[in-house]
Structures are given as C-alpha cells and as structure tokens.
Design a protein around this ligand. Sequence first.
Ligand code: IPE
Ligand code: IPE
Ligand code: MG
Length: 258
Amino acid sequence: MWKKIFCKTENKRETAKLNEISADLLPSHIAIIMDGNGRWAQKRGLPRKAGHKKGVDSLREIVKAACSINIKFLTVYAFSTENWKRPTAEVDFLMKLFSVYLDSEVEEMDKNNVRLKFVGCLTELSGELQSQIKKGEKKTADNTGLGLNIAVNYGARDEIVMAARNIAQRVLSRDIEIKDINEQLLDDSLYTAQQPPVDLLIRTSGDMRISNFLLWQCAYAELWFTEKNWPEFMPEDFLRAINDYQKRDRRFGGLEDK
Ligand code: IPE
Ligand code: IPE
Ligand code: MG
C-alpha cells in the first residue's frame, strides 16, 4: 500500500525498506539530531556552509518520507543553545538559512498537511525571523498531518528551567498548589506539551551523544546512530532506522511481554 503513496520513488532500496515496515508499530514521535554538516563539506574540500545548505535537502526529503508513512510527530535539531559559540559568520549563515528555508518550504508543507512549530527560546532570534516563524506556524496551524517541530535556539536544560519558572509563577499566583506539581504538569509546561514522548531518537555523523536535546522527552526513547553525515542521510536510512526500531524490545522497566 505504501509503495503507491511513498515519495513517488523509483528507488528499489527505499521500496524494499518500506515493505519491511509494519504500520502497527510506527513510532509516534521521532527526533533527529541532524549532525555532521560541517564534516560532510570538509571531506569534499568545501566550506562548512555548503554542508548546511545540502542539509536542507536532506530535511526536505525526510519530512516528505515522514508524511508518507503517517508519522505523527517529528522533531529536528537545527540549532542548539550552545551553537552560539560558533564563529559569527557561521551563526549568521545558519540564521539566514532558516529564513530561506521558511520562505521556500512553508507552502509545500502546507500542501502536505504538515503542522509546523518552532521549539526553543525564540525571543533571542532576530525580529524578522521571529515574525516569519509566527507566519509559518499560523499558516499551518490547522493542518492535521505530521507535526513538525524545528528546534532552534533549543536546549533541553534551558527548556526545563523555563518550565520550572512557569510552574513556580503559577504557584505564586495561586493558580496551582505545590501538590499539583507532577510529571504530567511538567510535561505540559515544555515546548512539546500535548505531544507524545519521543519513541525513536536518530543521530547522524557517528557521534553518540544527546547534546542537550529533548532530555525529558527521550526518557525511554530507543536510540539509533549512523556514521552517515546529515547531508547524505536519505529516506532509505530513515526507513532503516524505523525498521530497526520495530525490532527492539521496549520494556519500560517491566518484563519482556512475549
Ligand atoms: C549540524 O552539523 C548542524 C548544526 C549544528 C547547526 P554541524 O555543523 O555540527 O557539523 P559537524 O558536526 O561540525 O560536522
Ligand atoms: C547538535 O550538534 C546540535 C544540532 C545538530 C543542531 P552539535 O554539533 O552542536 O553537537 P556537539 O557539539 O558535537 O555535541
Ligand atoms: Mg556537529
């Protein structure tokens, strides 16, 4: 069935992978640390920004693939709270790229029923980028397909601090009492409120670390790593990750249910 709807692909490897995926066991929420853009470029003797540019093409293809197999939520890490440490020229280039991305992709996302949301401390971005983000989110707000979260100026520790402050404020203003603070309330105070926890976390580029991404939401995520750098990550790799995920035994602290 998916063969017909998937990306109009002629790619035999993608089709083969697709046929191995079961519709019943799809992860509800996939998160991706899109890493290795710089290394991809450097290996080819290109400037790092060429890798970031190429990375946009990968993202477009993965979003399409996620839509085609009816994934509910996809969160991608585009810029961390720590990435401001990079040279100004690289940071400026990335900010410009987010703006170009929004310009060129929102229309297509809307056609594909994607609901766009940016997660992170957005008030530290330029006013222009913030209003572009708001426009993109507003345009796609009523869509019912893939929920695409793009993490920009995102840090999981920062997110948890923000949630703690909001909760403390609500206690101070007597909106809630201390006894009302529980896991659900904290979950609802994060950028990802009302979304399912991450089932599958993918990181490209061979590094095996979380780098301050979705620490709370990934509590029981299955982790999947690949040596491929993000600009060479293709839908068939994405499908491979999902297929591997479907073979994992998720126990959540309990015992094997077989
Ligand atoms: C990921 O690629 C993109 C961002 C962090 C913005 P990198 O830029 O981290 O590429 P590497 O890891 O240096 O190769
Ligand atoms: C994580 O990659 C952030 C993004 C992919 C946006 P980094 O390249 O910043 O992570 P570290 O520094 O290798 O941990
Ligand atoms: Mg990196």
